[in-house]
Design a protein around this ligand. Structure first.
Ligand code: PLP
Length: 394
């Protein structure tokens, strides 16, 4: 289990810090050697956290990779310039023409797009599956199924998956298991304890935590690490040490930030549950969220991101709610210190294997670190605008 002591110390080996508190920013393209012996040593060990050439990383990258494996476990961490790059490169590292993959129907939209627009062109077939399928995933596994991709909770609609159940079935059939573990932020779900082979994060979100860096990570087990690492190198993936420095600075406060995000989000969600504008709360800690039982079983906490569905409203009244918000700004992404709101009147557009059964709009919130009473008052005024817009129409 992760605790705050681990979070504070993650990746801070003296080998990387050399006596200062934070691993320094080490910029490099060229690494120079004075002797053939030194150069040969670096060449032989180039996949192994030694200075070789800038693209392979400097001590800043090595420290960040160590920090991530300190948090999530696993044998090694490949670093990418965005969460999306981590997802696409991790998948590409392990599929070839003729393979089939199973992709969760509630995957992050660019993940779906990658399957539908890139994998399809190299002859890799994708089947989307219901996030609540659990062990029945067995029925979808084919002779050529190479991997099963999970995202738990699901994007926008927050379904929590039976990760260990799916992983067990996958392994029985010789398939590998990849998880988009962004929501757990390296803290609230330990992927390798539940049979995941590769755990991916958009570190852009809570790891960085301040909405100012794009960054992705993919961590693999001993079995898959050499291939993931080599593929990341072959695909030319590298990241700026300045961004990695900021990400590591973000990690230091990850524990306290997540606790505050969680506490405030639960307070907002509990308030929303009392409102008659709100139909269902899609927060993993609520019984109304599909897969809540897996959240209780497998997660050690939540964060600031959840959704809810309205009991009324159309595009126009939803826009009236959204346009007048004082503290909640509209924006993609989440995981920073600021509160965000997104309205969605067409959730069904994002899925093909399952049906979205709600008639009225969905709202996704990211609860930031502002005073929670200010956030609740902001939402209450938003509901007033929603109701006024509906009344004007009637
Ligand atoms: C944001 C996000 C990503 C993509 O990360 P980027 O760094 O924006 O490319 C992937 N998965 C999930 C669940 C996300 O929220």
């Amino acid at each position: 289990m992760i605790n705050d002591t681990k979070i504070v110390n993650a990746g801070r080996k003296s080998k990387w810090t050399r006596g200062v508190v934070n691993p320094p920013v080490e910029r490099a393209s060229t690494v120079v050697f004075n002797t053939v012996k030194e150069m040969n040593y670096a060449t032989v060990n180039r996949g192994n956290q030694v200075l070789f050439y800038g693209r392979r990383g400097t001590s800043t990258a090595f420290a960040f990779a160590d920090a991530m494996t300190d948090l999530e476990g696993g044998a090694g961490c490949a670093i990418y310039p965005s969460g999306t790059a981590a997802i696409t490169n991790a998948i590409l590292s392990f599929v070839k023409t003729g393979d089939h993959i199973l992709m969760v129907d509630t995957a992050y939209e660019p993940t779906r797009d990658f399957c539908d627009k890139i994998l399809v062109n190299i002859g890799v077939e994708t089947t989307y599956y219901d996030p609540t399928i659990g062990r029945d995933i067995a029925e979808l596994i084919k002779e050529n199924t190479r991997l099963i991709f999970l995202e738990s909770p699901g994007s926008i609609t927050m379904e929590v998956q039976d990760v260990p159940g799916i992983a067990e079935v996958a392994h029985q059939h010789g398939c590998m298991v990849m998880l988009d573990n962004t929501w757990a932020a390296g803290v609230n779900f330990q992927p390798f304890d539940y049979g995941v082979d590769i755990s991916i994060q958009a570190a852009t979100k809570y790891i960085v935590g301040h909405s100012d860096v794009m960054l992705g990570t993919a961590i693999a087990t001993e079995e898959y690490w050499p291939q993931l690492r080599e593929n990341s190198y072959l695909m030319g993936q590298c990241t700026s040490p300045d961004d990695l420095y900021l990400a590591m600075r973000g990690i230091r406060t990850l524990g306290v930030r997540l606790k505050q995000h969680q506490t405030s989000a639960l307070k907002v969600a509990n308030w929303l549950a009392t409102r008659d504008e709100v139909d269902v709360i899609l927060h993993p800690a609520f019984e109304s969220c599909p897969g809540h039982e897996y959240f209780k079983r497998d997660f050690t906490g939540a964060n600031g991101l959840f959704s809810f569905v309205l009991t009324r409203g159309d595009k126009q009244s939803l826009n009236a709610l959204l346009d007048g918000m004082e503290h909640f700004k509209m924006g993609y992404s989440w995981g920073g210190f600021e509160s965000l709101i997104l309205g969605n009147t067409n959730v069904g557009r994002l899925r093909t294997a399952t049906k979205w059964n709600y008639e009225y709009p969905l709202i996704r919130l990211h609860i930031g670190l502002e005073d929670v009473d200010d956030l609740i008052a902001d939402l209450a005024r938003g509901f007033d605008r929603l109701n006024a817009a509906l009344e004007n129409k009637a």
